[in-house]
Design a protein around this ligand. Structure first.
Ligand SMILES: *Cc1c(COP(=O)(O)O)cnc(C)c1O
Length: 452
């Protein structure tokens, strides 16, 4: 047996998203206004988000209907396939069973369209004309460009300048799907101009690009903002991954001992993991593990405290694991994992001890990605390679202990547009950055003083 493909018929796309909020052990910390340092009200958020998404952000309803129009678009690539990796198991010589859910089948090549589509949909309903957003490596930018195209919205993407220069093909994808792509920091916003005044040659960062997009949306009546990760409604939309995965596991008569996903802002981890957290809460015995880079170790080395979502302190303040909004992570190849914060929902689950996190180095991740591609054929995104590494470690531990184990991980995207990173790996130019403890300490001194 080479590889078992576990596919669901199209009518098994979930009809509802799973909202984990009612199943948390404790209440969520409030989201705080960056200006007043008081809890935000839904009205505060209206310049940025349509009411449909604000309602989801604060909803305490466990199941939320997926609109038909959204499901029809998701059906272009969902349900996504799950595979049992027999060849990989053999290559690793492990008694463990390894399953992975593959999200690289979407048009943009990652899980991100799962939320880009409903975000564009609720904006279309609310009469939004244009979306302003940001992108680091370009995965989110291409996903929101695609979704805007599907609902007839205009789209402006502020792209971190160093990626704009180094990832020309993601920029081309965004342009192909009709977006206007602006290198950030730009002189189109106050936030961008302020950075350029200090440093004309700034490479930009995700935090700066978020500030620019938020400012653009807040200062234009017909424009709203979209975020590709972190927020509750984004985690909600991604739960289609785990809901399908549970059906697929069921179909093959198996169940995971450990569920793994990489972690940048937390959305693909939430997507696969939250429906399994619900099982765990109901008494199932399993582990749910987030894998992050050593160079941006938000969950393993950050603090659980209130912090701004962006560098310019314009975005709302949330209680989350954070390295500080000023933290500038090293330029690792998994651009999508370079965020200083984490989803408040994931953070709370980690704080409550419901889920676990571990940090892995990029060289060992690429080694795992190459071995994976040679066994399974699929070329993983550098971000996804962190989940692969963590899955390998579990499989190798099972081998050492001579124990059976069932591992399920999320392959969040393919790496077809990231081949420059593989080139760097093969030519020996990829390095393992140390854990940047001093930069983190310095950055953590600048957390807002929220008294709640
Ligand atoms: C953006 C991205 C990630 C990281 O984002 P999360 O919100 O943590 O899921 C992971 N994998 C891929 C392929 C991505 O594009």
């Amino acid at each position: 047996m080479q590889r078992t493909k576990i596919i669901l018929p199209e009518d098994r796309i979930p009809k509802q998203w799973y909202n984990i909020i009612p199943d948390l052990n404790g209440p969520m910390a409030p989201v705080v206004h960056p200006g007043t340092l008081q809890p935000v009200t839904p009205d505060d958020l209206l310049p940025l988000f349509p009411m449909g998404l604000i309602e989801q952000e604060v909803s305490t309803q466990r199941w939320i209907d997926i609109p038909d129009e959204v499901r029809q678009i998701l059906a272009q690539w969902r349900p996504s396939p799950m595979f049992r990796a027999h060849r990989l198991e053999k290559a690793l010589g492990t008694p463990a069973k390894i399953y992975y859910k593959y999200e690289g089948v979407s048009p943009a090549g990652s899980h991100k369209p799962n939320t880009a589509v409903p975000q564009a949909y609720y904006n279309m309903l609310a009469g939004t004309k244009r979306i302003a957003s940001e992108t680091g490596a370009g995965q989110w930018g291409s996903s929101i460009a695609l979704a805007c195209q599907m609902f007839g919205l205009e789209c402006t993407v502020y792209m971190v300048k160093v990626s704009f220069q180094q990832k020309p093909y993601r920029k081309s994808m965004m342009q192909l799907w009709g977006a206007d792509v602006i290198p950030s920091p730009s002189n189109q916003t106050n936030a961008g101009r302020a950075v350029l005044e200090r440093d004309q040659d700034s490479n930009g960062s995700l935090g700066i690009a978020i500030s620019e997009a938020v400012e653009d949306a807040a200062t234009h009546e017909d424009t709203r903002y979209c975020l590709g990760s972190v927020l509750n409604h984004v985690c909600l939309h991604q739960t289609v991954i785990g809901l399908e995965a549970k059906q697929q596991m069921d179909m093959i008569g198996d169940y995971p001992d450990v569920v793994i996903a990489c972690h940048g802002g937390g959305s693909n981890f939430a997507g696969l993991g939250f429906p399994f957290v619900a099982d765990k809460a109901a008494g199932k015995d399993l582990r749910i593990l987030a894998a992050e880079p050593i160079s941006c170790p938000t969950l393993t080395k950050g603090v659980y405290d209130f912090d701004y979502g962006d560098q310019a302190k314009m975005a709302p303040i949330s209680k989350m694991y954070t390295l500080g909004h000023d933290f500038m992570p090293p330029g690792i190849h998994a651009g999508g994992l370079r965020y200083h914060g984490a989803a408040p929902l994931v953070s709370q689950l980690l704080d409550e001890g419901v889920i676990e996190a571990k940090a892995v180095g990029q060289v060992e991740c690429f080694e795992a990605a190459v071995q994976f591609a040679r066994a399974e054929g699929i070329i993983p995104a550098p971000e996804s390679s962190h989940a692969i590494r963590a899955a390998f470690d579990e499989a190798l531990q099972a081998k050492e202990e001579g124990k059976e184990k069932t591992i399920l991980f999320n392959l969040s995207g393919h790496g077809h547009v990231d081949m420059a990173s593989y080139d760097a790996f093969f030519s020996g130019k990829l390095e393992n950055y140390e854990y940047p403890s001093e930069a983190i300490e310095e950055s953590l001194e600048k957390l807002p003083k929220v008294d709640m």
